[in-house]
Design a protein around this ligand. Sequence first.
Ligand code: PLP
Length: 410
Amino acid sequence: MLDVTKIRKDFPMLNGKMMQGKPLIYFDNAATTFKPQTVIDAVTKYYTEQTANVHRGDYDLSYQISEGYESAREAVARFINAQPREIVFTSGASAALNLVAYGWGQKFLKPGDVVLSTEAEHASNILPWFKATEVTGAIFEYIPLAEDGELTLDNFKAAMHSKVKVVTLANITNVLGYVAPIKEMAKIAHEYGAIIVVDGAQGVPHIATDVEDWDCDFLAFSAHKLCGPTGVGALYGKYELLQQMDPFMLGGGSNARFDICGNILLKNPPYKFEAGTPAIEAVLGFKAAIDYISAIGMENITAYEHHLRDYLMSQIRDMDHITIYNPQAATGIITFNVKDIFAQDAASYINSQGIAVRAGNHCAKILMDMLETSETIRASLYFYNTKEEIDHFVQVIREITLEKCVDLFF
Ligand SMILES: Cc1ncc(COP(=O)(O)O)c(C=O)c1O
């Protein structure tokens, strides 16, 4: 079990921060996570001791920072069991997913081809594919979800056919928190000659990720959801696929040569996808985050989150005024509503008690239709949350009433 008391000391946001005059309880970790001091130090160190551009200068500072930047790529690769040359730094999961949909999808999809996904996807993994199908004349299809919103292997098998060229989905969805069987799905997708793109924004920070074992073709994720800085993320891609696809942006750092006639020779991946000065400090912070998480151990993080989730669920499951939308999910995302109270009003009341949760459609607008609600409340846990925080949350949920929510506005 984790030493959470010790872990919490590493996070400035968890030491004395108040909200609404009460000690802050942060249950919005699916939106973004807090940063340990080592990540903050790595970012600050770049500005105070290491400032130079990467891959451009013929002087010590630039050599050193270029080395640091590439060692971050190695750390990201190790973290998901990939090769460094298969890691493209992007501004986040959204940019990584757009890069695949543009650079692979818009280049290789043909009229009548099918992109297969689910109704539970985040906008960042669905809108780029809507565009790719619109531009290429391909078709977008959905794998039917089970009644509780879970993706089953049987439903996936039934939805697969020979026209499917891309399967794209989150390995953990951001509203319901179900874990998709990626390894089994990748095998089936490949039997049909399709590629599989994994949106790992919610998965990589919470469960061990092994792209080689899963045999997925692409994986996208953001640093800020795993204790790293905002403005940076990664796209993993199988090297031959990265070689085939086009960059989304062109510019300095991504080309080997160009001439007056407009001929461009791009560098090899991953550099051909990294035009312009990157978020160097964020990449260094990304590495610090991975080092931090790796030192705790992903297995420990996953197990602790399960433990917290079970603890929370066991207390709210039988409350008559609470509707839980994902009682069976095995991750730290709990999505619910309080009967007869609009989700955002309930979240405002929860906020008044010092607790941060998210309410809304969570960028998964299609899923809300399926759940037959316009909004839900989402509490999302991480390894620095505690049972005491859950006790307070449960108490607030137990005592919430419409009158208390209305009182907030008068
Ligand atoms: C499942 C999922 N995919 C993609 C994203 C987009 O991530 P980012 O905003 O870091 O680009 C999110 C963000 O919440 C997400 O939850």
